[in-house]
Design a protein around this ligand. Structure first.
Ligand code: M6R
Length: 580
């Protein structure tokens, strides 16, 4: 993953890059660092720090001044979290410094062929030395080294004595913006933080050279090219407005507004889709990772339920290496909050190479997936900062629901409108949560749509409270997992479907017979005694996946905070997984 940023101009660019890195730290917050050519001596300076960008900022000298700066915020892939492995990395002669987002897959074999000393465990240090070993000018060296690299990269490179920043990109996002104050390059648009009206997004195997007053783009043979600018006008930069004690809580609470926005914007948005063509698809295949994969499971259910179409799902990291049978007349749908998830993008590319139609459902405008897909279905969740996805998930589920209803020609506008106007997220659940916070062994169970909610509820809890829990289909319990159930086990049983209520009651009785404690999450009164209850408001059954996940998001947050963890930045994770 990782975020990169670089800036060049007449003013001091250190603060520009540090501010950019703060916006990019959702891409990784293990460590951060900057390299700059100190003005006026033109000497290469590097400063790094473990932890957040704030730590780096404290280390930077107050009077440090530079017109040419590159920076990085890291999610560790090669080498553990320590200053030595933090970027930027410098070539052995000290002439080049690089920041890199991506993975050099063949770094071991390249390293073995190099004679210089290495100071870190990273693949990136191999990259910068490989650049140094090439012939030609800086751009030619970068281009030659890039062709030797297997894997993904977005890099920004500095060379001592040259007032320029050199960029290269393959499979990791990279964009540039400039104005009279200079040029800025970054992994994503958020680093531009409201300063620019438009930006230029590099395509794979393109290069750019940033100078104080201009940017020049090159293709893979270093022929000058022009790239069409993208207008930046709608993007939501307002993430600093935190009135709650965490972004996660803020985002959970925003869900009714998000769904209202989705409802009111969506019907206008989908007018542009070619519905007659969409209706002709015989099948739909969803691909995504993590929470977005759970949205796909819901989306596939809706398409089967309302459109009677064949709909299937795959986890992106599985799909990309599977022996897939690609079928014509199938629409491949890629769901991603960020639109930058490496595995999902790789799958979209794979399907495109087969000449098959693609659609993406994304929350971030101008993301890589939007550029790839034939159809784009935006979600209107607004910027999601917390690593644990909440409002993006419900926005995806709601969007896929409305998509399926529209495809089936079912007019449910009044039902949906009533729902978005009445949904609440502020049920008082503290007394229930206090009673269950002692449990350390927790399973989430449900059937059909509630099974998907169980998967998502479990993911939230493990992700931010570090409790090893799983979501399981209720009917599967007795095929193995029941062996783990004892009187110290809490089973969160989700039951929102009338036709499956009695089946769920049988499953709960099986759990009780083994001493397990039950937290029932339902809008119905069930005919068995449960230990704890979260009573849900009653809406149409197909809307209950949105209603029932909200208390489970609160539950995860409660466990996380009662254990003293930061919900917004869970350990070992990053918001956007831009490496395989
Ligand atoms: O940006 P994406 O939706 O493609 O991200 C996919 C997953 O990495 C993401 O949903 C992850 O599972 C979340 N942290 C879960 O809360």
């Amino acid at each position: 993953m990782c975020g990169i940023c670089g800036a060049i101009g007449n003013e001091n660019q250190i603060s520009t890059v540090v501010a950019g890195l703060k916006k990019l730290d959702y891409r990784g917050y293990d460590s951060s660092g900057v390299a700059y050519l100190q003005t006026p001596q033109n000497q290469l300076c590097v400063q790094k720090s473990v932890g957040s960008v704030k730590n780096l900022q404290k280390k930077l000298e107050k009077n440090a001044f530079s017109n040419v700066v590159i920076g990085h915020t890291r999610w560790a892939t090669h080498g553990n979290v320590c200053e030595k492995n933090a970027h930027p990395h410098v070539s052995s002669s000290g002439r080049f410094a690089i920041v890199h987002n991506g993975i050099v897959e063949n770094f071991e074999s390249l390293k073995q062929r190099m004679s210089c000393d290495f100071y870190s465990d990273t693949d990136t240090e191999v990259f910068v030395n490989l650049i140094e070993n090439q012939t030609g000018n800086t751009l030619q060296k970068l281009q030659k080294a890039s062709t030797l690299i297997k894997g993904s990269f977005a890099v920004a490179l500095l060379e001592v004595g040259i007032d320029k920043i050199f960029l290269a990109k393959r499979s990791s996002p990279l964009m540039v913006a400039f104005d009279h104050r200079g040029c800025v390059a970054a992994s994503d648009i958020s680093a531009f933080a409201g300063r620019f009206d438009c930006c230029w997004i590099l395509n794979d195997n393109e290069f750019a050279v940033l100078e104080k007053d201009k940017v020049t783009f090159f293709d893979q043979k270093l022929k000058k090219i022009s790239i069409k600018p993208i207008k930046i006008d709608e993007y939501d930069f307002a993430e600093e407005n935190l009135q709650e004690d965490s972004f996660m809580l803020k985002e959970i609470k925003e869900q009714p507004v998000v769904l209202r926005n989705t409802y009111f914007k969506y019907f206008a948005e989908i007018q542009n889709l070619d519905w007659e063509k969409l209706k002709k698809f015989h099948a739909f295949h969803f691909v995504a990772c993590g929470t977005a994969y759970h949205s796909c499971l819901m989306g596939a259910r809706f398409l089967k339920q309302f459109c009677k179409k064949n709909a299937t799902c795959d986890i992106a990291s599985e799909f990309r290496y599977d022996n897939n049978i690609f079928v014509k007349n199938c629409l491949y749908i890629f769901v991603s909050q960020s639109g930058e998830t490496a595995d999902t993008i790789a799958c979209a590319n794979l399907v495109k190479q087969k000449g098959l139609p693609t659609m993406c459902v994304t929350n971030v405008p101008y993301c890589t997936l939007n550029n790839l897909a034939d159809y784009v279905l935006p979600t209107f969740a607004g910027k999601e900062i917390a690593v644990a996805s909440t409002k993006a998930y419900t926005a995806q589920v709601f969007t896929l629901l409305v998509f399926a209803l529209r495809l089936a020609n079912l007019d449910c506008q009044e039902i949906l409108k009533k729902f978005v106007l009445n949904l609440q997220t502020t049920q008082d659940l503290d007394s229930v949560f206090k009673q269950i916070e002692k449990f350390k062994k927790i399973f989430f169970v449900g059937r059909e749509q509630d099974f998907v909610t169980a998967l998502e509820g479990a993911l939230k809890l493990k992700e931010i409270a570090y409790i090893g829990c799983i979501g399981i289909a209720a009917g599967e319990l007795k095929h193995g997992t029941l062996a783990l159930v004892d009187d110290e086990t809490l089973i969160v049983a989700i039951s929102t479907q009338k036709s499956l209520k009695e089946k769920m009651e049988s499953n709960m009785l099986e759990i009780k017979a083994r001493g397990g404690k039950i937290l029932l999450v339902s809008q119905f009164k069930h005919d068995i005694d449960v230990d704890f209850l979260i009573k849900l408001p009653d809406f149409e059954e197909f809307l209950m996946p949105i209603v029932s996940i909200i208390p489970l998001q609160h539950l995860a947050l409660h466990f996380c905070q009662s254990l003293g963890y930061n919900p917004d930045k869970p350990r070992n994770l990053a918001k956007s997984v831009t490496v395989e």
